[in-house]
Design a protein around this ligand. Structure first.
Ligand code: KIV
Length: 269
């Protein structure tokens, strides 16, 4: 008789219930090996559209397509079993109308097996978030610095430096919470504003360059591992993998050139 250990995935209601409780650990992963490593530690794995910049070398996230998100999302779902997998809706796949958003989000859910989608925007996206959640698509919202609209902001700028802008940011977070989002990413906003929003809304806030007082934190995996040449200033590097990979690849190259690379008899004996 074989004994199967069933690992249950973390669910959307379990993440929503973490408001004000144990902080949510979230990380990005874009492919199978990264997902398998992150899965043991993270509550949420985000297949972020930052993959356009980190994996594909684009200047922004605008070139990312639905097909790219689906291919990476499916790989991450296949290689994880515990974390809730959330897949980003790419630019142009949801802003036109709630119907367009539903059609594409349903495709992402169906073709990847993910547990939820994420989309950017506050008050302006609230009707779309309501439309999706009422039809069975869990939504993680994303407000503050929203990279897909960075052209409108004039670049990647910390939000809320001027306290006159706070009411608009607070209204954005409140609107997505009331529309049914189960959590909201607060990106690139001044600390006191993110802390204030966290105290005001009923759903967990997940900060990135926002505040340690958020209900959880998210980082781009390659940034925190020290693999990206230009990470945002707020990122804490937990390792310097770029240097370690450079060393390892350099050693391999030297061994091949010096013919000291071990032959198969050394490896398999
Ligand atoms: O695309 C992404 O990785 C994100 C996170 C930075 C929150 O949206």
């Amino acid at each position: 008789m074989s004994v199967h250990k069933t690992v249950r995935r973390i669910t959307v209601p379990q993440i929503a219930a973490r408001k004000g409780a144990v902080p949510i650990v979230a990380l990005t992963a874009y492919h199978a090996p990264a997902a398998a490593l992150v899965d043991a530690h993270a509550d949420v794995i985000l297949v972020g559209d930052s993959l356009g910049m980190v994996l594909y070398g684009f200047d922004s996230t605008l070139g990312v397509t639905l097909e790219m998100m689906i291919a990476h999302g499916a790989a991450v779902v296949r290689s994880s079993s515990r974390a809730l997998v959330v897949v980003d809706m790419p630019f142009g796949s949801y802003e036109e109308s709630p119907e367009q958003a539903f059609r594409n989000a349903a495709r992402v859910m169906r073709e990847t097996g993910c547990g939820a989608v994420k989309l950017e925007g506050g008050t302006r996206m609230a009707p779309t978030i309501r439309f999706l959640t009422e039809r069975g698509i869990p939504v993680m919202a994303h407000t503050g610095l929203t990279p897909q609209s960075s052209a409108t902001f004039g670049g990647f700028k910390t939000q809320g430096r001027d306290s006159d802008s706070w009411p608009a940011h607070e209204a954005d977070a409140q609107a997505v919470a009331e529309a049914g989002a189960f959590s909201v990413v607060l990106e690139g906003m001044v600390e006191p504003l993110a802390a204030r929003i966290t105290g005001q809304i009923a759903i967990p806030t997940i900060g990135i360059g926002a505040s340690a007082l958020c209900d959880g934190q998210i980082l781009v995996l390659e940034d925190m591992l020290g693999m990206t040449p230009r990470a945002p200033r707020f990122v804490r590097r937990y390792d310097d993998l770029a240097a370690r990979i450079d060393d390892a690849v350099g050693t391999y190259a030297e061994e091949v050139r010096a013919r000291t690379f071990p032959g198969p008899e050394n490896v398999y004996s």
